[in-house]
Design a protein around this ligand. Structure first.
Ligand SMILES: Cc1cc2nc3c(=O)[nH]c(=O)nc-3n(C[C@H](O)[C@H](O)[C@H](O)COP(=O)(O)OP(=O)(O)OC[C@H]3O[C@@H](n4cnc5c(N)ncnc54)[C@H](O)[C@@H]3O)c2cc1C
Length: 480
């Protein structure tokens, strides 16, 4: 990201020959009329307010706070929940949280640039990934040659939030204000303006807190999660549907110590079950299944739960004649190209800590921005966890929005003007929408045991597994 920023800076300096605004100068004078300067009325007008201090809002606050373009700007992070202790970074608990995320190499780099990554004391590394179908022999294996590079890291969500909080506490105290237990209960965003309207002073966004003062901002960045209050108030319509599934999560102990660097995912007709490596003897479970089965899994004894997991990974399913015919044909067709034989995941011996379940659904907003409003993370897109992409897409939103804001500040533009916020919207829609739709299609494709579909997906999976360039394309997208 730093390279990108310096490239952008070089490009702007050489081509446009404009002056970089220095500390305290918010905009060039000829553009100042676009900014409603309510500060004169004694109100608190922030340059940017970020709503929601989850992983994505926290990263946005750090990214803005660290940006040299934002020096002297008033930045506020509002989080509805309580301040979380950062002690887990310095003395990690013996147990692992059941909420983890697979973080792509591109986003590890992004978090490194925020100096947040090096604060995370522990994470698992994935060097190989096996995805296979319970209803056929179809499988695909992803790995870098010789398993030398990490495909992703498995990190506890709490660790990511704590590391971002620590950056805010220790490095950005004078730069980013943070208010905890500050739930936004009201928000008025300006109406839409014509893009070429250069005369109207666009009023700031007004924010009301459940308990607290009224706040105003030139740009509101909404990172308030999947049920975003702000996206609703701003009438940003979304395509959305429920998957009628819940994901059961837990931390599992392996039967024996192994070199644990493989992520396993098996598609069962009820939904995918995934085992993600944490340590040599621990993995994290994400089991997406029907709500009823999820409830059953939560209420089982530890022994029953462990045995259900082992069965889900190991039990053979009956294949119909047509599926057998197609898979024999595919095996003959692709066997010369296939270098990876199917393997089986490690045996689970016990479960440690609590289990939990989360309802799953899809949503994608048609628009990401309005005048003085940009929405990021789950507040704008929600995907099925089967590809481990939700937070990864959110971090890419942050990177893109930061670039767009920096460019506006550098050019002396109004930080909340639609003209540049639309750049963020177009770029991220191109990244988020195809990925979200692909994940949705994958989920649908694997939600059936109807033989002709099983036969087709078996053929598809075996074909993809045998063509390195196809696999490289998949990996390149997921590892961004
Ligand atoms: C089972 C499961 C597994 C997953 N696995 C992966 C994975 O492997 N890889 C991956 O990339 N993603 C994964 N995801 C997705 C990932 O967890 C989410 O994309 C990510 O947590 C979204 O972060 P966020 O900050 O946008 O939203 P949230 O985490 O929901 O944070 C929103 C924040 O806003 C605050 N807030 C809400 N309303 C208000 C308000 N009115 N005022 C003030 N504050 C407010 C909340 O308190 C919260 O702190 C998974 C999801 C699930 C359910």
């Amino acid at each position: 990201m730093l390279t990108l920023r310096s490239e952008l800076s070089k490009c702007l300096q050489t081509r446009l020959c404009r002056r970089i605004p220095t500390k305290g100068i918010s905009a060039s004078s000829e553009k100042r009329q676009f900014i409603s300067d309510d500060a004169g009325k004694g109100e608190r007008v922030y340059d940017v307010i970020i709503a929601g201090g989850g992983m994505i809002g926290g990263a946005m606050a750090c990214a803005l706070g660290k940006s040299s373009y934002m020096q002297g700007k008033r930045i506020l992070l509002l989080e509805g929940g309580q301040r979380k202790s950062t002690d887990i970074l310095f003395s990690p608990p013996n147990f692992y949280s059941n909420r983890v995320c697979a973080i792509s190499p591109g986003n590890m780099k992004f978090l490194k640039n925020l100096t947040a990554w090096e604060k995370i004391p522990r994470f698992g590394t994935v060097r190989k990934m096996q995805v296979w179908d319970a209803c056929s022999d179809g499988m695909i294996m992803f790995n870098e040659p010789n398993m030398s590079e990490d495909l992703c890291a498995i990190v506890e969500n709490d660790m990511i939030i704590a590391s971002l909080t620590d950056v805010l506490n220790t490095q950005l105290q004078g730069q980013v204000e943070v208010m905890y237990e500050s739930k936004i209960s009201g928000c008025i965003t300006p109406r839409n303006y014509a893009l070429d309207d250069t005369t109207t002073a666009i009023p700031p966004v007004t924010i009301n807190l459940k308990d607290g003062p009224e706040l105003k901002t030139r740009l509101l960045v909404a990172a308030d999660g999947v049920n975003s209050f702000i996206a609703q108030k701003a009438l940003l319509s979304k395509m959305k549907w429920d998957y009628n599934q819940s994901a059961v999560v837990a931390t599992l102990e392996l039967h024996e110590e192994i070199e644990n660097h493989v992520a396993w995912q098996r598609f069962l007709p009820t939904g995918p079950i995934a085992l993600l490596p944490l340590t040599s003897q621990r993995s994290s479970l994400v089991w997406s299944t029907t709500h009823e089965h999820a409830m059953e899994l939560l209420s089982m004894s530890d022994e029953e739960f462990v045995s259900a997991i082992n069965n889900a990974f190991w039990q053979e399913h009956h294949s119909s004649a047509i599926v057998k015919y197609v898979q024999d044909y595919a095996t003959r067709l692709f066997s010369s190209n296939v270098y990876n034989a199917k393997q089986y995941p490690p045996c689970i011996s016990s479960v440690s800590g609590k289990r939990a379940s989360f309802p799953l659904g899809f949503s994608h907003a048609i628009k990401y921005v309005k005048p003085r409003l940009a929405v990021i993370g789950d507040a704008i897109h929600r995907v099925h966890p089967l590809a481990g992409q939700g937070a990864n897409l959110g971090f890419r939103d942050v990177e893109c929005l930061l670039r767009v804001i920096e460019k506006a500040v550098y050019g002396g533009e109004d930080i909340g003007s639609l003209n540049h916020l639309l750049e963020y919207e177009s770029e991220r829609q191109l990244g988020n929408f195809p990925m979200s739709v692909s994940i949705d299609l994958l989920k649908r494709l694997y939600s059936t045991d109807f033989s002709p579909i099983v036969a087709l997906r078996c053929l598809g999976l075996m074909a993809c597994n045998s063509i390195p360039s196809v696999k490289e394309q998949f990996m390149a997208q997921a590892m961004k």
